[in-house]
Structures are given as structure tokens and as C-alpha cells.
Design a protein around this ligand. Structure first.
Ligand code: 5GP
Ligand code: MN
Length: 350
């Protein structure tokens, strides 16, 4: 077998064996991933989907809600079941599954209504993820927070399952998409040399990096760009003393530009390009709640900030949370947070 030798095995051997056993025994498999699926959520889910199909399993990908239009080109995306569109089907599939793979999230709260179905299902549950503090309800917990994408964990798992040869160009493309999007096209969390060894192997499987980049990032709508211009000029507040910046968008702002799902993805990162800004927050008013996205540089823990003020969490440098109330009040709360964290913000070395 053509297994690349220089990669360090990641997944514990007993977890590899357990996963193999569960897959072998299973006939019906469900893969699910977090709310508002991103490139890594879909990349990891679809790569595993294609792999499991190639070995003859009856497998479905179920997502809690719609995913952005700039990920629809992905092979298998057309077959994804969206819970908000056909909840009965999603519920039945989860109930009847032998194994449920939970990808790219750490707690069942992150999959909305699907969480209850997964919890109640008699299926064996396998978590594959890179967020901190996973729930303890899974039969197999493959959790590696230091790995920058779940898609990379899938690649390493397939390798350790002895199935490197089963990774074809389609599977490789899905894995690369997740690795690329979760690292900002390898501009953060990507100093591990093995990330680039994996990319090299994926290229050998026949992926077209340039095309994948174009499919994801050069396919935005005109409306997104007009909204972006507006957001940067009219809705960005910079707090130089706190080394922080905020972009906020009300429901009205979003309605005026008639944008689609995913059109504000990536806005949160932009203020980090301003000199001396190490903490960027994006606040968006949705139908039921105010969604908060946070990003930081260096050792500043934006996940702690999210936990402290927005009932959320996530990674050290990328986190999220929610606020129930008026958008103005969420901004006031954020500003209160800046005061509390002012010393840490000032002292963070990047
Ligand atoms: P994003 O800003 O891209 O929506 O989320 C970035 C990261 O923050 C996610 O990968 C996830 O770890 C975390 N995150 C986002 N929203 C929430 C939330 O509502 N609760 C928690 N606990 N984590 C979140
Ligand atoms: Mn991820």
C-alpha cells in the first residue's frame, strides 16, 4: 500500500480500531455537522461521505440549516439533506441510522434541533472535531483541538484506516476545501509543516488548488461587495486604545442590500488587517437573535470573551456567540467587555 511515511500518526490506535469496527458493522450511516455549515463542515462531511459510499455504505449528510451558495459546487452538495427544509426526513434517517458521525462541532447544542434526534437515536456516535471541550456523550471521541481543520483529521484518519488508496480526487478536493477555508487560505493556524505535506499528497491525488480557490472565493454576489463597502465605511468602529474593532449590521442594513446566506462570511477577519488591531468582532442582527463572531491574534483568548459575554465559545483565535436583545445593547456589552479585557488587550504580544 502506498502510505506516505513521514506523517505522524494523529488518531489514537484504539480509536482507529473502534471506528473501523463501527463502519464495518454499519449499513446505514448519517453524517452531521454544525449550524450554518462552512467550508470545513462541508469539506469534512462530504469527504467522509464519498469515502463511505466508495466502500458500499448507505450514507447521508444532514445539515441543520442552509449552507452558502459558494459551497454548492462541491461534489455531493446536491444530495445533502437540510433539516430546516425536510425535518421529518432528517429525523427518520437519524433514528434509523446504525452510526452517526458528528463532524466539526463539540457539543450537540451546535446542531440545533438535530441534537435531540442524535441524542435519542440508538445509533453509535462518533465525534470527529477540533474544538475544545467536547461533550462526553459520544461512543468514540476523536477530538484534536490543535489541528486546524476537521477535514485534516479526516485525511489522517483515512490514512490510519489504511485507506490512503481510496482517497480519490473528489475526496481530496473536499478535504482541501476544508483545510483551506479553516486556515484563511493558510494564513493562520498553518505553521505545521505536515499541513503542507498533506497538501502535496492531495495535489498528487489530482486536485486543482487554483480552481478550488476560485470556486469558493471568486464566486461572490455583487450585493455582498456593495454591502462590504457599506459595512467598512459606515458600520465599523475602531477602538485603537483597546486594539479592537467592531463591524455591526442590523437586519435593515442586510435587507437593503438583498444579500444571501454566507454573504457576510469573512467580514469579521477584515479589521485584523488594520495596523495594531488584534481583536475583531462582527455583530449581525438575525431574525431571532444577534449573532456574534470574534477573531483575535496572538494569545488574546477571544473564546473566553465569547463565553464571558455572549454565551458562546470556540477556539483561542476564532470564536462565536449569541445575544438575545437589541443590537445596540449587544454593542454596549461588547464595549463593556473591552474595558474588562483592556489590560490583556494592551499586553498581548503577537
Ligand atoms: P464563526 O464566527 O465562523 O461563526 O465561528 C467561529 C468559531 O466560533 C466556530 O468554529 C465555533 O468554534 C465557534 N462558535 C461560533 N458560534 C458559536 C456559538 O454560538 N457557541 C459556541 N460555543 N461556539 C461558537
Ligand atoms: Mn472547522
Amino acid at each position: 500500500m502506498n502510505i506516505p511515511s513521514s506523517l505522524t500518526p494523529l488518531v489514537q490506535e484504539n480509536q482507529v480500531l473502534e471506528t473501523r469496527k463501527l463502519i464495518e458493522k454499519a449499513r446505514k450511516i448519517v453524517i452531521t455537522t454544525h449550524l450554518s455549515p462552512d467550508g470545513d463542515a462541508l469539506g469534512s462531511s462530504l469527504s467522509l461521505y464519498h469515502y463511505l459510499r466508495s466502500i458500499g455504505k448507505d450514507v447521508r449528510v444532514i445539515v441543520p440549516n442552509a449552507f452558502p451558495y459558494f459551497l454548492k459546487w462541491m461534489d455531493g452538495a446536491d444530495n445533502i439533506i437540510v433539516n430546516t427544509y425536510i425535518p421529518d426526513v432528517a429525523e427518520r434517517l437519524i433514528k434509523n441510522a446504525d452510526v452517526v458521525f458528528c463532524l466539526d462541532f463539540n457539543t450537540l447544542k451546535r446542531i440545533g434541533d438535530l441534537g435531540e434526534h442524535v441524542e435519542q437515536s440508538s445509533a453509535k456516535k462518533v465525534l470527529i472535531d477540533h474544538h475544545l471541550s467536547p461533550d462526553t456523550i459520544f461512543d468514540v471521541t476523536i477530538s484534536y483541538p490543535h489541528i486546524s481543520s476537521t477535514s485534516e483529521i479526516i485525511f489522517r484518519l483515512l490514512l490510519q484506516l489504511g485507506d490512503y488508496d481510496k482517497i480519490d480526487a473528489v475526496i481530496a478536493e473536499c478535504i482541501y476545501t476544508g483545510m483551506m477555508t479553516d486556515t484563511g487560505v493558510f494564513t493562520y493556524n498553518s505553521n505545521d509543516p505536515e499541513v503542507f505535506e498533506i497538501i502535496s499528497l492531495l495535489l498528487k491525488k489530482g486536485i486543482d488548488r487554483d480552481l478550488i480557490y476560485k470556486n469558493v472565493f471568486n464566486n461572490y454576489s455583487e450585493e455582498r461587495f456593495r454591502l462590504l463597502g457599506f459595512a467598512l465605511s459606515q458600520r465599523m468602529k475602531v477602538y485603537p486604545e483597546s486594539r479592537a474593532a467592531l463591524i455591526y449590521l442590523s437586519k435593515e442594513d442586510q435587507k437593503y442590500f438583498t444579500i444571501s446566506k454566507g454573504d457576510t462570511d469573512g467580514f469579521v477577519n477584515l479589521p485584523l488587517s488594520i495596523k495594531n488591531i488584534i481583536f475583531a468582532v462582527f455583530i449581525r442582527e438575525d431574525d431571532q437573535l444577534v449573532k456574534v463572531s470574534l477573531r483575535s491574534q496572538g494569545s488574546f483568548p477571544c473564546n473566553e470573551f465569547a463565553e464571558d459575554f455572549f454565551n458562546g465559545g470556540g477556539h483561542l483565535n476564532a470564536s462565536g456567540g449569541e445575544f438575545y436583545g437589541k443590537i445596540e445593547d449587544s454593542i454596549t456589552l461588547f464595549e463593556k467587555g473591552l474595558e474588562k479585557y483592556s489590560e490583556q488587550l494592551t499586553n498581548t504580544v503577537i
